[in-house]
Design a protein around this ligand. Structure first.
Ligand SMILES: Cc1cc2nc3c(=O)[nH]c(=O)nc-3n(C[C@H](O)[C@H](O)[C@H](O)COP(=O)(O)OP(=O)(O)OC[C@H]3O[C@@H](n4cnc5c(N)ncnc54)[C@H](O)[C@@H]3O)c2cc1C
Length: 369
């Protein structure tokens, strides 16, 4: 059994843990990352790769703006693909249009640029006749989720961060993290295990009302179809992201969708897509919550996502892959707590960790040291 000493040990090699390790490295610390899987396999590779800055507000917007800088820095240093073309959102109806106009007035041209129906169809590849207009969101970024976090891990490893892959943390105490193959001594520990906070600190998880959220996702063969150059959001996204959901009029939109498309609300769908650099299209997503997430994905959810996608683009495409993602879910968007001296839990408790995680993790490490 080995025993090694570090300034900072991070548990979990998702985007939050990698962000914490990166911050430690920037501060000149000796850093180790303990990850139970053989690679980055959690939510951080199963998502859309949308860094959706403009959709955030309050604390999340602050983290998102900081994360945006770090994404660009890391993409340049690690050499992974990133797109700065910005995000896009289509409106299909007056409630959606009104929310876009309200946010445009609040945030200004630098963050949200309104477009008419034809222009937004042209810019996004969407073809739905119900589109009434839309907006481009220039601050949003896009990364390839399957490539970005693993590339960051490789960069950190090359810069001297010690990775213990395939090593589940079994015990976390002030000053140490125990795995089956040894103990890592640490002045400070960051626990970045997404929804698995309850495995180590059940009381903290219960107090934060932490649950798991499962999501159904699809990958389509989009060859031969018009490009989708921006991460593309829809009205259902406006019900979810706080910049829109906090506006007057969001409730009217929810009521309209509930009346016209009850299944959208029932399956808690956020209809959005991103196109990966290889041309494939990531399509999602449904949401279902509980202390545990059922592994049995409903075929109807996939059919429904495909129907919605067909309406949006007026085209069908072959399904290449289906998968389930899981993230932490709680009434607050972030869980940051110190359950023991020198031990900090950092979890993004809604589906915005790719957007905010690198900024949130930097803040978590700064506060701990
Ligand atoms: C389908 C889907 C779509 C999404 N789309 C977006 C999006 O487009 N934009 C956006 O901003 N966000 C999105 N999100 C949310 C985002 O992906 C997550 O918030 C983010 O990846 C969480 O990062 P994390 O590091 O906390 O978790 P993870 O990436 O899950 O990493 C946690 C790591 O901890 C490890 N771990 C757990 N327990 C232990 C242990 N005992 N010992 C060692 N290691 C352990 C796990 O193996 C895992 O690797 C999406 C999420 C999903 C699931």
């Amino acid at each position: 059994m080995s025993e090694e000493a570090f300034d900072l040990v991070v548990v979990g090699a998702g985007i939050v843990g990698l962000g914490a390790a990166y911050e430690g490295l920037r501060r000149g610390l000796r850093v180790a990352v303990v990850e139970r899987s053989a690679g980055v396999k959690g939510a951080s590779v199963r998502n859309f790769g949308h860094v959706g800055v403009t959709g955030q507000s309050g604390e999340a917007l602050g983290y998102a703006l900081e994360a945006r800088e770090r994404w660009l820095e890391l993409a340049a240093e690690a050499g992974f693909w990133t797109s700065q073309r910005g995000g896009a959102i289509v409106a299909r109806g007056e409630e959606e249009q009104a929310l876009l106009e309200q946010l445009a007035a609040e945030r200004g041209h630098a963050q949200l640029r309104l477009h008419g129906a034809d222009a937004i169809r042209e810019a996004t590849g969407a073809a739905d006749a119900r589109i009434t207009g839309g907006a481009l969101l220039p601050l949003d970024l896009q990364v390839d989720p399957r490539e970005a976090a693993p590339a960051i891990a490789r960069l950190l490893e090359a810069r001297g961060v010690v990775f213990r892959w395939g090593a589940a943390a079994l015990g976390i105490e002030p000053g140490s993290v125990t795995t089956a193959s040894g103990t890592l001594r640490a002045d400070a520990v960051v626990v970045a295990v997404n929804a698995d906070v309850d495995q180590f600190f059940p009381q903290l998880a219960a107090e934060a009302r932490l649950r798991r959220c499962g999501l159904d996702m699809l990958l389509l063969d989009w060859r031969g179809a018009p490009a989708v150059p921006h991460p593309l959001l829809t009205g259902s996204s406006m019900l979810r992201y706080s910049a829109f959901a906090g506006l007057d009029g969001a409730e009217a939109l929810r009521e309209r969708i509930a009346y016209e498309q009850p299944e959208m609300i029932e399956r808690d769908v956020n209809q959005m897509v991103t196109q990966r650099p290889d041309g494939t299209l990531i399509v999602g997503d449904t949401h279902y919550r509980g202390h545990a997430v059922a592994p049995f994905q409903e075929e109807r959810s996939f059919d429904y996502l495909l129907e919605l996608n067909e309406q949006l683009f007026a085209r069908r495409a072959p399904v290449l892959q289906r998968w389930q993602g899981v993230y932490a879910s709680a009434p607050q968007e972030f869980l940051l707590a110190d359950p023991a001296p020198g031990v900090r839990v950092a979890s993004v408790t809604t589906g915005i960790g790719m957007t905010t995680g690198l900024g949130f993790a930097a803040h978590a490490v700064a506060g701990l040291l």
